[in-house]
Design a binder for this molecule. Structure first.
Ligand code: HEM
Length: 394
């Protein structure tokens, strides 16, 4: 690398560590190359190229090993997200049974029951802060669906442990040069403590549909952890963003706009804000030479606000999802191709029921402290506690 190139790659590394969103925003072209420290990255903001990588030639663009290594404290080594090849196929097809549409008729009453309890509590005492309320609600739903276990008591501690891992693994991921987990740095000690909370919880969760599907399998613990994390954090966050956006745009607080408002929140604030892939073999794709051994970041957030594909991309306009003006290839909150989110149907079912019931029972309005700032962890999370005025409808 040239000396100037080395200096720029060091600057990129500093910026990536301090503020990955600003680093990505600096890559203004639809497809750009940047060195972050010693690593060559491609940043893709073009929906057609993204679809090529995810759907047309996924075999050449598997999950990024470096990124997925960093989330092992959450998913273990054998959680579905970590797997590739034949092993992945086997576990994907096994666990897909949990997402068959005939199961959904038993999931809806579980979701309704948990939201009804929440609403009853909120009527007596409206919440000041919403993050924990919604995270705990969705984890409880996941516990009842996957483990047939009511996590009312355990949920706050488990939510905290997942959040701590989400944040710390996100920081490790950025640092690129973080020491391995066995080195007893203060950060690694905190990761281990949170992982211990999860391990104890998982060890005590041996009943219900998910463990039953995998009975006797040594990956069962990793799958429980993966499904609970993937299942609750992203869904809860997307519900929080939707409520915040609806509070700022009260005319959409109507039943007919629930589904489109939810989609619009997923577009503006996709919880899976980037998708990270490795490049196995060099190839030229639509005029871009993509080198083997490099990393590819699909910038989902930029694709979701790409001015060539979205009219007034920064505005909350749920009606765009009703009018047919949406270019579906530029909307990829659940990824795409063979590794597309297993739980996307469940996520939408949960979010739509939760939002519908909440909007029927309450009106939401912003407070001076309402903030839509994002913290980039492994997933994109509200940076501050969401504060809204929650008032019972007459
Ligand atoms: C709004 C909510 C959700 C969003 C935005 C979301 C997003 C995603 C994305 C983008 C991926 C693919 C990651 C990649 O290709 O690198 C993924 C994978 C996955 N998601 Fe979700 N997800 C959500 C809800 C759920 C729910 C409710 C579950 C249920 C357990 C779930 C389970 C999974 C699993 C198991 C995978 C791995 C699939 C595989 O590797 O074969 N997700 N999710």
């Amino acid at each position: 690398m040239e000396p100037m190139g080395a200096l720029q790659s060091y600057r990129n590394l500093r910026q990536f560590q301090q503020d990955p969103a600003t680093f990505l925003n600096g890559q203004t072209n639809d497809f750009s190359e940047a060195f972050v420290g010693p690593r060559r990255f491609y940043v893709c903001r073009d929906p057609d190229l993204a679809n090529y990588f995810l759907k047309e030639n996924p075999a050449n663009y598997p999950h990024n090993r470096f990124v997925y290594k960093q989330i092992e404290p959450i998913t273990g080594r054998e959680g579905l997200v970590q797997l590739t090849g034949e092993k992945w196929k086997r576990y994907r097809s096994l666990t897909n049974k949990l997402f068959h549409s005939d199961r959904f008729s038993s999931y809806a009453p579980i979701i309704e029951h948990c939201v009804a309890e929440l609403i009853k509590r909120w009527i007596d005492s409206p919440p000041l802060f919403l993050n924990d309320e919604i995270l705990i609600l969705v984890l409880r739903i996941s516990g009842l669906i996957f483990l047939h276990r009511d996590l009312t008591i355990e949920a706050p501690e488990v939510v905290r442990a997942f959040l701590e891992l989400n944040r710390l693994c996100g920081l490790r991921l950025r640092s690129v040069t973080a020491p391995p987990l066995w080195v007893p740095t203060p950060m690694n000690q905190r990761i281990k403590a949170a992982r211990e909370v999860l391990r104890n919880f998982v060890a005590s969760s041996q009943g219900g549909p998910l463990p039953t599907l995998l009975r006797g399998d040594k990956s069962v613990g990793d799958q429980i952890s993966t499904f609970l994390f993937a299942g609750h954090e992203t869904t809860a966050t997307s519900v929080l963003w939707t409520l915040a956006l609806l509070a700022q745009n009260p005319r959409y607080q109507k039943e007919e706009f629930i589904a489109s408002s939810y989609q619009e929140a997923l577009r503006l604030f996709p919880p899976a804000w980037i998708l990270a892939r490795d490049v196995l073999e060099e190839e030229e794709v639509r005029g871009h030479l993509i080198k083997a051994g490099s990393s590819l970041i699909i910038d989902v957030r930029a694709i979701h606000r790409h001015p060539r594909f979205w009219l007034k991309p920064d505005l909350f306009r749920p009606e765009r999802f009703l009018s047919g003006e949406v270019a579906s290839r530029a909307f990829i909150p659940f990824g795409g191709g063979p590794k597309v989110c297993s739980g996307k149907g469940l996520a939408s079912l949960e979010a739509n029921i939760i939002l519908e019931k909440l909007i029927q029972a309450f009106s939401f309005s912003p407070t001076p402290n309402t903030s839509l700032a994002v913290e980039e962890m492994i997933t994109a999370h509200p940076k501050h506690e969401l504060q809204l005025k929650v008032e019972k409808r007459c």
